[in-house]
Design a protein around this ligand. Sequence first.
Ligand code: UGY
Ligand code: MN
Length: 255
Amino acid sequence: MSIHTGITRSSVQRNHALIAPESHVMATFPDWHQAEVITLISAHLGARFTQYMVQFLPQGGHGPAAGRNIERFLLVLEGHIRIEAEEGQHDLTVDGYAYFPPGHHHRIVSSGRARLLLFEKHFEPIVGLDHSTHGLRKIVGNMNDVPGEAFLGDPDAILKHLLPDESGWDMALNTFQFAPGGTLPQVEVHVMEHGLYVLEGQGVYRLGDNWYPVQKGDTIWMAPYLPQWFVASGKGPTRYIYYKDMNRDPALRTH
Ligand code: UGY
Ligand code: MN
């Protein structure tokens, strides 16, 4: 057996975290059966959302709907799953995704090995707006069917919005695909926070005053106001998915 050197790319700071796959620690989770769960980002870091990975064991398993007032987005990273809901069922394979508004009843079922990425947050209603008019609804899709746009006109940074950009919604899930050498066009500083997962490729992420080499399988948490920038350094495309809170007045936030 080789000797562990105690070195990792993972780093946890006050306003950001990089969690490389070599640091993942599995846990069992209430009501997830034959599944290992890794809580990548949570309130314990200071985040206002949760990002976790579920790995169903080869014999298959199942998991529950999100908790009370919690909205959920899931993406299939490996294998395939079935979503069983009162209104019908959906079969999802790699790059397939689903969004469930708070209170949606469903079960996630796998008949073999499968890996999922989940993002959950406490839904924040807009004060004074009738809940039924927020327009939240179940969404089921595949990332490959979503049209991309050149971000701020740059064809080397293709942005996709996986969820509706409507004012009732308080969460966005987007993907970026960068050509080799493509960058974010500015060092961003904003009130929104991010949970990010690298799907493909590699690059260097600036988080605050630190520059981190990152690659497929890495998770990043960025707190509000964290200066952030990215350059893709792989020979092929680099792709990541990220969560962002949106459409709410920060002065009125309850969570
Ligand atoms: O939407 C965003 O804020 C995005 N441009 N940020 C990022 O990729 N770090
Ligand atoms: Mn950003």
